[in-house]
Design a binder for this molecule. Structure first.
Ligand code: ADP
Length: 255
């Protein structure tokens, strides 16, 4: 099997006295699609926010494509990573948030172009072309000069996906991306994620409450419960065949 693209090694995270993650060990392989399920407050969002470097682990290591996110070598010793190191590793990770986080004063094309140009220093023409391709891919090529306020929630979320794809990340993170949407808009967003999952060879981690969707696209499902990975395996094993009583109770809320 290939080397993992992401490794969590005994990762703990506390906020003050509250222990939110209590020893996460996890390998994610290139192209693997991982769904994270579990009750509210179990630590799902914290797991992926740490990968995006939005939260720092209290202890343990997170390694992306051989690079430790939070530690770097200096004069032969491992020291805390500096901003430059963090900026570099962040370039490998794309994230789509529950609340879109688009820049309201930029057109949707500008939203897609800003990070590759300003963070990665890429060529403007090339980025513009790639941005238009990605907007077309999510079905919004004709809206490139609209502002976010002119779009529906589902369309905004599709822009957020195009924007993340333009960065050509090694890993894409999706944090409950349909939970802020009106029910009739959920389908179009899931359809775009399904297309990305089936056709792109980057790794994906999705926090989701859409169990049928997880069954359809995930290679691996993690059930997070009180800060530990309580079950993991194929989507069918975890969602359909597990006998873990807490997992069964959790899943019964979706049936
Ligand atoms: P989930 O995504 O499974 O609902 P989260 O990872 O969002 O869980 O949160 C896990 C726990 O950590 C919750 O109890 C939440 O209140 C707490 N938490 C998350 N972020 C912070 C923060 N920045 N400061 C304090 N507590 C936090």
């Amino acid at each position: 099997m290939s080397e993992p693209i992401v490794q969590y090694k005994d990762v703990h995270k506390s906020f003050g006295d509250v222990k939110v993650l209590k020893g996460i060990d996890l390998d994610i392989h290139p192209a693997e699609k991982v769904a994270v399920i579990g009750p509210s407050g179990s630590g799902k969002t914290t797991i992926i926010r740490m990968l995006m470097t939005l939260e720092e682990p209290t202890s343990g290591d997170i390694i992306v494509d051989g690079t430790n996110l939070w530690k770097m070598e200096k004069n032969g010793a491992m020291v805390d990573a500096n901003e430059k190191h963090l900026r570099q590793v962040r370039g490998d990770i794309g994230m789509v948030f529950q609340h879109f986080n688009l820049f309201p004063h930029m057109t949707i094309l500008e939203n897609c172009m800003t990070a590759p140009i300003n963070v990665k220093g890429e060529d403007k023409k090339e980025v513009e072309q790639r941005s238009m391709e990605m907007l077309e891919r999510v079905g919004l090529g004709d809206k490139f000069d609209n502002y976010p306020s002119q779009l529906s929630g589902g369309q905004k979320q599709r822009v957020a996906m195009a924007r993340a794809l333009v960065m050509r990340p090694k890993v894409m993170l999706f944090d409950e991306v349909t939970s802020a949407l009106d029910p009739e808009l959920v389908g179009e967003v899931l359809e775009v994620i399904r297309d990305i999952a089936k056709n792109d060879d980057m790794a994906m981690v999705l926090v989701t409450h859409e169990m049928d969707f997880a069954l359809d696209i995930a290679d691996k499902v993690l059930f997070l419960d009180e800060g530990v990975i309580a079950e993991q395996g194929s989507a069918a094993d975890v969602i359909e065949h597990s006998e873990n009583p807490r997992l069964r109770e959790f899943l019964s809320r979706f049936r």
